[in-house]
Design a protein around this ligand. Structure first.
Ligand code: ACO
Length: 429
């Protein structure tokens, strides 16, 4: 199998959103705390009428329909999520109905925000294996990031992405990758009564930075060994990072120049953990940051953290917004708490066929248009919606969603209810 990679990519996010500036005043935070301090503009609002299964069905159905993909073409369906509604029944089993093909491998991948990357790499490996005779694979990545009241709540968000993987792709897997793993307790969900994670924000930031450095140094070595070309942070045309909130990515990107040359005169006097370092480093690479990361990050700035789907949302932003000429390279950094992170590359190419092309994908995604079409709600809705979701989590037996479905877009799946045996049923708008 040749040139395995992305054939099509489709995002989904809820039809309602709130403004972070309004959330600042609603929460009694100082003006600028979320919009400048965290760098977030808006947040997608997920009420109690959507869950990971409904969002997964919505995005998968949309992908199949837009590209006229038959279930029989698919040999593997992988899911990446950390929004579990069941400790045994895999989300994959609930999405199979959209495919209508029982002969499909794959399961749900769980590792905080990394599950999507695990799912994607599994799909790439599946399609690269000649025993699978050219069948395609799909990964559906979906998460609802919901935090308890407090400092982390403004970094909530929700969304899903479906990726079709196969041969002769216009965005092929480049083959260079490096991972970094640690056994840490930065963010975890050990209390099954609540949807919220246990999170130590500061520790999670440190884990993210360490993983970035570990991956970056491994990736650079691997890249240079394979291609005999030098690699520096400015080498890829675009970077896509896991984006819990904009400021963290901005800081992280600015650290790459230090990892390239820790003895450079401009930073020799500075402690990399100091605010002075952060400020200077960000200023030095501001132009590069906007050029290489701006379009991808804009999506998460307006949706919020989508955990496992975050890097794929970023990819959607790059695909729709940038002029992706053949041979341009993208580098992706995916981090999942606990922890595991991987950095890998993707390369743009011209395809032989005309069924799955970059142009078609860009036209059909309608990302900007859909972000624009969302309906704004008041900041107080976040607490109300999360209170409903809390209720659903603490007593799911016989639960009927309290939020009406009228604001959902046509074609959106929604949770109809949970019966007295905890079984969930879904409708479609
Ligand atoms: N105007 C402008 N900036 C402001 C203002 C203001 N009025 N008030 C505060 N700030 C700045 C601070 O100076 C700080 O900036 P800096 O980062 O440049 O130093 C920034 O806002 C954040 O403020 P803090 O007080 O440092 O942090 P806060 O208490 O707001 O918590 C945190 C932020 C830790 C990210 C929290 O939201 C959280 O725990 N989120 C979830 C964890 C997370 O996302 N981790 C990332 C990796 S793991 C994952 O993906 C889940």
């Amino acid at each position: 199998p040749q040139n395995v990679g992305i054939l099509a990519i489709e995002p989904y996010f809820p039809s309602t959103y709130l403004e972070q500036s309004e959330l600042e005043s609603h929460n009694g935070a100082s003006a600028g705390k979320y919009t400048i301090g965290l760098g977030q503009a808006q947040m997608s609002l997920c009420t109690d009428n959507e869950d990971p299964t409904s969002m997964g069905l919505t995005v998968l159905t949309s992908l199949l329909k837009k590209y006229d993909i038959k279930g029989s073409e698919i040999g593997r369906l992988e899911i990446g999520t950390e929004t579990l509604t069941d400790k045994s029944k895999s989300l994959k089993t609930s999405l199979l109905r959209a495919l209508g093909n029982p002969n499909v491998e794959g399961a749900t991948n769980l590792n905080a925000c990394y599950g999507g990357t695990a799912a994607f790499l599994n799909c790439v490996n599946y399609c690269t294996n000649p025993y699978n005779k050219g069948k395609k694979a799909i990964c559906v990545i979906v998460d609802i990031a919901a935090y308890a009241r407090g400092a982390a709540r403004p970094t909530s968000g929700s969304g899903a992405v479906a990726v079709l993987v196969g041969e002769d792709s216009w965005l092929k897997f480049g083959g260079v990758k490096a991972s970094w793993t640690e056994d840490v307790w930065d963010f975890y969900k050990a209390d099954h009564e609540v949807e919220y994670p246990q999170v130590d924000g500061k520790v999670s930031q440190e884990c993210y930075f360490r993983s970035l450095r570990g991956c970056y140094e491994g990736f650079r070595k691997e890249y240079e060994a394979r291609t005999s070309k030098p690699f520096a942070f400015s080498s890829p045309a675009y970077w896509v990072f896991h984006a819990p909130y904009n400021k963290l990515v901005r800081k992280s990107f600015s650290r790459l120049q230090y990892y390239d040359d820790p003895a450079a005169p401009w930073c020799a006097e500075l402690d990399i953990k100091s605010r002075d370092y952060d400020k200077l480093a960000q200023k030095r690479v501001e132009k590069e940051f906007n050029k290489k990361m701006g379009k991808g990050l804009e999506v998460s700035r307006r949706i919020g953290n989508t955990y496992a789907a975050s890097v794929f949302m970023g990819l959607c932003g790059v695909v729709e917004g940038e002029d992706l000429k053949a041979d341009k390279e993208l580098a992706v950094f995916s981090y999942g708490s606990g922890s595991i992170a991987t950095m890998y590359n993707l390369v743009v190419r011209e395809t032989d066929g005309d069924r799955f092309t970059l142009v078609k994908c860009r036209e059909r995604m309608k990302l900007k248009e859909r972000l624009q079409a969302r309906v704004k709600v008041g900041a107080e809705e976040l607490d109300l919606a999360l209170d409903c979701r809390e209720l659903m989590h603490s007593s799911p037996k016989g639960y009927s969603p309290l939020y009406p479905t009228q604001s959902l877009w046509e074609g959106t799946y929604f949770l109809q209810g949970i019966d007295d045996k905890f079984r969930r049923s879904y409708g479609v708008k």
